[in-house]
Design a protein. Structure first.
Length: 221
């Protein structure tokens, strides 16, 4: 049975969510503040977290970077695009604006729970001196840590899962869409450029190479 943590100080909303999730067969954990959430998640390992932003103590924005080992869906009345993009890039897997339809929430929860968790439980992905640890989400080149945005991380993980394989822009966008729904055809070029630059500066090598007429390929040579 899957377990979902509800982090929300609104008792009524939390009760409604808990009843909804129980009817669907989920176990539920509850926390009512940012500080309580961090303690709860240090003791328990839910399969997914529903996180409100306007929390007493630590805000949801402050809690999110500290719970990267769990899939986190933001539930918030803040609906502006910039705020959504910022939190998705900071590590949330999804963002749902309040008020929301219960069936939409259940559908999105189902999507993220069906996703393979191998990137969190599996082995470190390595090509040459480049490695990505899916559990810690740490990327290193020759032992030197490289700091990536959420979109850059998703792109690199995809290429490390398919080394020496040329991937087109359309394939990249499709494969990373759940991790980075804010990434578009027009923004992908800039994300790729930034990622290539970071890897080049750290290693002195061109790990991501252009493949004329197709897209890009990751190679250690």
């Amino acid at each position: 049975m899957k377990t979902i943590a509800i982090i929300d100080d609104d008792i009524h909303i939390g009760d409604v969510l808990e009843q909804l999730l129980h009817r669907e067969g989920y176990q539920v954990l509850r926390a009512y503040s940012g500080t309580e959430a961090l303690y709860l998640l240090s003791q328990q390992r839910p399969d997914l977290v529903l996180l409100d932003l306007m929390l007493p103590g630590l805000s949801g924005e402050e809690v999110l970077p500290k719970i990267q080992s769990f899939p986190v869906i933001i539930l918030s009345a803040k609906g502006d695009v910039e705020n959504k993009v910022e939190l998705l890039q900071a590590g949330a897997v999804d963002y749902i604006t309040k008020p929301f339809h219960p069936q939409e929430l259940l559908a999105r929860i189902g999507v993220h729970l069906r996703r393979p968790r191998g990137e969190e439980e599996g082995q470190v992905l390595t090509v040459g001196e480049l490695s990505l640890d899916p559990l810690s989400r740490q990327v290193t080149v020759a032992g030197q840590e490289v700091h990536l945005t959420k979109t850059e991380y998703a792109i690199l993980k995809l290429f490390l899962q398919h080394p020496n394989q040329a991937l087109s822009k359309s394939v990249i966008l499709e494969r990373i869409s759940l991790d980075t729904p804010d990434c578009t055809d027009s923004s992908l070029k800039q994300h790729m450029s930034n990622l290539r630059k970071k890897l080049r500066q750290a290693s002195g090598k061109e790990y991501l190479q252009s493949v004329w007429g197709i897209g890009f390929r990751l190679t250690a040579s």
